[in-house]
Design a protein around this ligand. Sequence first.
Ligand code: 1HE
Length: 262
Amino acid sequence: MNESLITYQLDGPVALIGLNRPDKRNAINDPLIDDLRSAVLRAHEEADVAVLFGHGSNFCAGLDLAEALARATGQIKPPRKRRRHNWHEVFDLIARGPIPFVAALHGAVVGGGLELATAAHVRVGDESLLCGLPEGQRGIFVGGGGTVRIQRVVGTTVMTDMMLTGRLLNAAESLQEHVVRYLVPTGEALNKARELAARIAKNSLETNWMIINVLPRIHDMSHDDGLFVEQLNSARARPPEAEARLRDFVDGKAEKLQRHPA
Ligand code: 1HE
């Protein structure tokens, strides 16, 4: 893995994955997507939760427009064999893999950056946040799953407006439109994301898997199919881990539920 484009660090059960191209505002080019893929697969192997963040003053400026131009003008030749990793594949590894992802967002989260962010399961933003979909201004279209994921998060009305008018969402609007669930002071998003990741890591890994893999699929099913699939998965949540956790509660050894600050 090219350590300069993606940083990777393991902090107990939590993998910290950082986009590390701050001079280009973490714009996503082919080498970065390849390195991101490697980091995500590594996290799948060795972590229970991952945190995704951006180095520098922005989370991610989206598609590398210079690389896109070079490709459009034939300066970058398409590979003879398709080697380039597809954004859909990599973002699906995040969204539908074995472990939850928490995204720490700040500064620009635009275009493909917003598509990447919405592949994560829990999103934290700070007050510097600015979310946008400037594809219309660049003469291109979303290609990292945004029509599916961003539309689901913010709804058709908001996404259509963002794309047609170029409207940017500030931090408060990003919270209102569910782009983020947590809003913290500038500079605090990564700390908050790590705190949430540590909390998520205490859950049953099996239940975490079901939350991130079963919920989105049931969302797309009919009422009847959804209940059926819920029943199957409910029956999966069996011993030994469930038994141990249930026994801890019955024996008074389990942590009591407590309110955490939002
Ligand atoms: C870039 C990119 C980029 C910055 N590709 N190089 N994305 C966009 O349309 C967003 C374009 N970027 C911006 O609007 C601004 O850069 C920001 C608002 C994100 C940040 O502004 P600022 O003032 O902090 O930085 P800057 O001076 O504009 O940029 C610093 C450098 O990063 C500069 O390069 P330099 O060599 O002149 O220093 C910029 O060219 C470079 N840079 N953003 C390439 N995106 C699969 S479909 C997905 C479709 C999309 O993602 S569309 C959205 C594209």
